[in-house]
Design a protein. Structure first.
Length: 413
């Protein structure tokens, strides 16, 4: 007999895929919240166990980074940085390269969902100023934040889950050691494919716009201070782990300490906190509850034990991560698969494969990553520009195949 929690999980999968019931449009966080409430109401998990299942470290990290990201956007400092970044570009060709590597590296340290939120208005403004194809720029943003986030333990929520719960010896050094070079190579692959599919747009000349003025000098100052502090704290974390200092300097501390200049120094702290992406935080809290209920059912553990599937195989980890992420998104996939790997005695390579596979899953189809949904929803809200399933998939399918091969190659060598 199929456990009730598995039936609820299947309903959640279907709803995430269609995101619509009749004329009612559903958001992903609403669907996940329904799943969490359903397992509570049907007594598949007790309220106490549900509270215990919520990973507070992940929620606090996301909260801190969202505060910093919101302040960067509200102050106008992000647009200011963007202008400095592209002022040397003379063609769409070089602009795409700058965006790919710029957004990619930013997402590695500020989290891909944060850069998706911040980057959407930036690329749409650039498209308007240059009379350029918005779809090309939105795809550039989507693929860059997905791939760039692979190489850092704080690049995306699923990597954060693995870094916190996967017992990796030195998350920052480990991720960079295994994933830095293949990630750079995969960003180049994005450039090649975009140029192949949008060759006419790449010939477009760039007319340098007037620089955007900073909206709020004080908030921009505190935002910049927070950004610098985050970078310093990341370095401190690496040093502490490398020198084996007996102090548990959690990744969560980086975000919480990093946001202090904004929370303490800015008079707009309340407005900033109100405007952060609370729906994403609700999504994660609900997801932890639902996945704990699924884990408690023992359904997937039983299937694995009764079959001869080698869940520690690198090709299998990459395949299952990419495939299942299309139905449940990558974070729920990691929340479900990570305990199985830990129980099976997975080592560093398997953890890194899970991080890479679950992240590049976002390049296959739109629903593979929350950052894709964030970009599309924000674009539709601001200008009406959008990406259809086909717009994304025609590049996403070959890109994901090439991405997977490159990461597999580097992981098995």
């Amino acid at each position: 007999m199929i456990p009730v929690s598995i039936i609820i999980l299947a309903i959640v999968f279907v709803l995430i895929a269609i995101r619509k019931i009749g004329n009612i449009k559903l958001q992903i966080w609403q669907i996940m919240l329904f799943g969490a409430l359903a397992v509570l109401v049907t007594l598949q998990i007790t309220p106490l166990d549900a509270l215990k299942s919520i990973n507070v470290d992940v929620l606090l990290f996301l909260f801190g980074m969202f505060v910093i990201g919101q302040a960067l956007e509200d102050s106008g400092y992000l647009s200011h940085i963007s202008y400095k970044f592209i002022k040397h570009t003379k063609s769409m060709d070089t602009a795409i390269l700058f965006m790919l590597f710029g957004f990619g590296f930013l997402s590695a340290f500020l989290m891909n969902d944060t850069i998706a939120i911040i980057g959407t208005p930036v690329v749409l403004l650039f498209a308007k100023q240059q009379n350029a194809n918005a779809k090309l720029l939105l795809l550039t943003l989507a693929f860059s934040v997905t791939i760039g986030s692979v190489m850092s333990p704080i690049g995306n929520p699923q990597n954060l889950l693995i870094a916190i719960n996967g017992s990796l010896p030195n998350p920052f050094v480990t991720f960079l050691r295994y994933l830095f070079f293949p990630t750079i190579l995969n960003l180049v692959v994005v450039y090649v494919l975009l140029r192949l599919f949008y060759r006419k747009e790449f010939k477009h000349n760039v007319v340098l716009p007037k620089p955007d003025s900073i909206k709020d000098d004080k908030l921009a100052f505190f935002s910049k201070l927070s950004l610098v502090l985050v970078i310093i704290l990341i370095i401190v974390k690496i040093i502490i782990v490398t020198l084996e200092v007996p102090f548990d300097f959690r990744l969560t501390y980086i975000a919480l300490l990093g946001m202090i200049p904004i929370i303490v120094g800015s008079s707009k702290r309340i407005q900033i906190v109100k405007r952060i992406d609370w729906c994403t935080l609700i999504f994660f809290a609900a997801m932890f509850v639902l996945m704990q209920s699924v884990w408690n059912s023992g359904f997937f553990q039983t299937i694995i034990q009764t079959t001869n599937i080698d869940i520690l195989s690198i090709p299998f980890i990459l395949f299952i991560s990419i495939f299942l992420s299309q139905f449940i998104s990558n974070v729920p996939l990691v929340a479900l698969y990570l305990p199985l790997l830990l129980q099976a005695g997975a080592h560093t390579t398997q953890m890194i494969a899970l991080a890479a596979g679950s992240t590049i899953a976002g390049n296959l189809f739109i629903l593979g990553a929350a950052s894709n949904v964030i970009i599309i929803q924000n674009a539709e809200k601001k200008t009406g520009a959008t990406l259809t399933f086909l717009d994304f998939a025609k590049i996403g399918i070959p890109l994901t195949i090439l991405n997977t091969f490159i990461y597999w190659l580097f992981l098995v060598l």
